[in-house]
Design a protein around this ligand. Structure first.
Ligand code: ADP
Length: 391
């Protein structure tokens, strides 16, 4: 069974193609700048990567083109060999887990387009286009909230008028489910302990911590929307809603404009003027005060949730760093782990400096194991699509 997992941006389509028998990655590729007169495109089989410029007026054209490339390279006999296209979907009103994409699911995603403004609109648009233009290929949405259905009410709920929970679904849904699910499984495997207490730190363009017990999510720093929890590259993170009336009065902006600022011009970008952690680290090392503040606020927020999850789990067997920042930023990992010996958390500074790929970075004396681990959200989505199709 072959499954294509799609990763969508508003003008990009990236994919991985899996043979689910043996979970083998057959190919990866994608198209960027969709809608431009010409679009750069790549396809990679093993180490062999080919690049080209193509014409891709919309996402359906980009997908069709990629399917042709896969067919001509023998990865697929033809498009009908594809059992499904899986999507790492974010949020939908009243819908979670893995779902066949149909009108009910699309309408539920549309209902939350303003709750997940960076994610839902491009996914809805592309799914509709694919359903129309490639109707024979089943589309499966694996919602990021699905892994967090196991979170207990004490961690799941805001203290709000209780009817808002049932009537309007206002709660900490949690996101990054595919990544945290992967980290939960892989860490348990490495530790040889299915009951391991794990704190998964997914730090990237968007970031969250997840407390994991017995392979299940016990808490996630993301709440009702992907704008909550830790600061993200350009999204705000936790924020007091009562700052809004002050801003409405004093800036003269509308609520929509302020929400747009919070979703697109806040987070690390808001504090530092930069939204790439490499630039922020470099600025901070040069003494730029905005970059330093962004690093400090980000680190403090990670440690805030880390502390909370150590209490929730009664300690931890492993803390795992993943995502572009978690895997690559030595200085961030060092700052997060500083002064935590009392908790049994001791980083090996030397390993932290040289580590790459999946590797442990704790000192021999550390009671808690510290790991860097590349995540694999795509294989999680492919497995969910396979399981859904199998009924
Ligand atoms: P997304 O959440 O969009 O999938 P990624 O997980 O790829 O994002 O993470 C992107 C972030 O990773 C960016 O902020 C980028 O600066 C950061 N990053 C990538 N490489 C490094 C590096 N070598 N050092 C520090 N940060 C890095």
């Amino acid at each position: 069974m072959k499954i294509l997992v799609a990763n969508l941006g508003s003008t990009s389509f990236k994919y991985r193609l899996f043979e689910m028998n043996g979970e083998k990655l057959l190919a990866r590729g994608g198209v960027e700048r969709i809608g431009a007169p010409t679009s750069p495109c790549f396809v990679q089989l093993g180490e062999c990567k080919e690049e080209a410029q193509v014409k891709a007026p919309d996402h359906a054209a980009a997908v069709r083109l990629c399917l042709e490339q896969l067919t001509s390279r023998g990865c697929l006999k033809d498009a009908s060999e594809l059992a499904a296209i899986g999507f790492k979907a974010v949020h939908a009103k009243g819908v979670t887990g893995a779902q066949r994409v149909d009108e009910r699911v699309l309408a539920a995603m549309e209902a939350y387009a303003d709750v997940a403004p960076a994610h839902n609109p491009p996914y809805i648009k592309t799914m509709r286009l694919l359903a129309e233009k490639l109707p024979s290929i089943p589309l499966v949405a694996a919602f990021e909230t699905g892994f967090h259905e196991t979170i207990a009410p004490a961690e799941k709920n805001y203290a709000i008028p209780v009817e808002w929970i049932a009537q309007h679904g206002i709660k900490r849904w949690g996101f990054h489910g595919a990544s945290h699910r992967f980290i939960a499984g892989r860490t348990a495997e490495l530790l040889g302990n299915a009951k391991a207490r794990i704190i998964s730190c997914h730090l990237g363009g968007s970031s969250s911590l997840c407390a994991i017990r017995d392979g299940k999510s016990a808490a996630n720093s993301l709440g009702m929307s992907p704008q909550s929890g830790l600061p993200h590259n350009n999204r705000v993170g936790d924020f007091d809603p009562f700052a809004l009336p002050v801003l409405l009065r004093e800036t003269g902006k509308s609520l929509e404009q302020l929400l747009d600022d919070l979703a697109n011009r806040s987070g690390l970008l808001g504090l530092s003027g930069k939204n790439d952690m490499r630039d922020i680290e470099e600025g901070s090392a040069r003494g730029d005060s905005g970059c330093r503040l962004a690093m400090e606020v980000f680190t403090a927020s990670i440690r805030h949730y880390l502390g909370a999850y150590l209490l929730l789990l009664g300690g931890a067997d492993a803390i795992v760093f993943t995502g572009g920042i978690g895997e690559n930023s030595r200085s961030l990992r060092r700052e997060v782990c500083q002064g935590l010996d009392w908790f049994g958390i001791t980083l090996d500074e030397k390993k932290n400096e040289t580590a790459q790929g999946e590797v442990a970075i704790h000192a021999p004396s550390s009671r808690v194991q510290l790991w860097i681990m590349p995540t694999n959200e795509e294989i999680v989505v492919a497995r969910q699509a396979r399981d859904l199709l199998a009924g």
